[in-house]
Ligand binder design. Sequence first.
Ligand code: ADP
Ligand code: MG
Length: 249
Amino acid sequence: MAILEVKDVNKRFGGLQALGNVNLSVQDNTVHAIIGPNGAGKSTLLNCLVGKLIPDTGSVMFDGQSVLGRKPYEICQMGISRVFQTPEIFGDLTVMENMMIPLFAKRDGAFRMHAIEAVSSEKGLREEAEKMLDEVNMLDKRNMHSASMSRGDKRRLEMAMCLIQKPRLLLLDEPTAGMARADTNNTIDLLKEIKAKRDITIAIIEHDMHVVFSLADRITVLAQGTPLVEDTPENIKGHPKVKEAYLGE
Ligand code: ADP
Ligand code: MG
């Protein structure tokens, strides 16, 4: 069953056709990678899935319901959660305080800074946050100032902030960008663990082919705003069109 169904999506920025007739089906409980050169439209596509951008034409269905016209927090409540290309955590807050933000936002549909303290004092929510931090091996860092953490830990925290919302579809935009090899490998392991433990579908945009081939069940290659090919990792590796358009061979 397809949990996400994108049909004939077009998106223009002035004279630039960023997405042209994008069709994409992501099957439930799989890891689906979207790859393609810089400027191919990968982030634009993701933005269309989470309500940050509205396609000019086409449809985006999640679990049988249209996401178009819904606000980002409504889409989040439907079960789609997203990790951005650059970590979007609050550096001034501790790890634990950051974890409270999505819990609060999911409950009340909005986020107000002054409410963090009140929410943090709710025992049930604290326990939930601690359990999630433990799952991503960050419990010992719960009182750390977020700004002082490594890039890998920031990513890990951001992932935990997404997962605590219990998404059915997790969207990742280049989760290992700028990471050292060790952190990249940790991220691969973490995603494998998450996938094994939960009923979750992951759509991942990724440049690092080692990450893609370690995780993906299916791969869609996007080039100039249009899917070029969609197949298994084995078939993508040897695909002549992919070699030409993406791997530059
Ligand atoms: P990718 O993530 O595959 O590198 P993007 O989706 O970020 O590509 O961008 C696709 C194209 O759309 C690029 O040419 C980019 O410059 C352009 N683009 C992206 N966002 C905007 C925007 N908000 N306004 C104008 N052009 C944009
Ligand atoms: Mg991008």
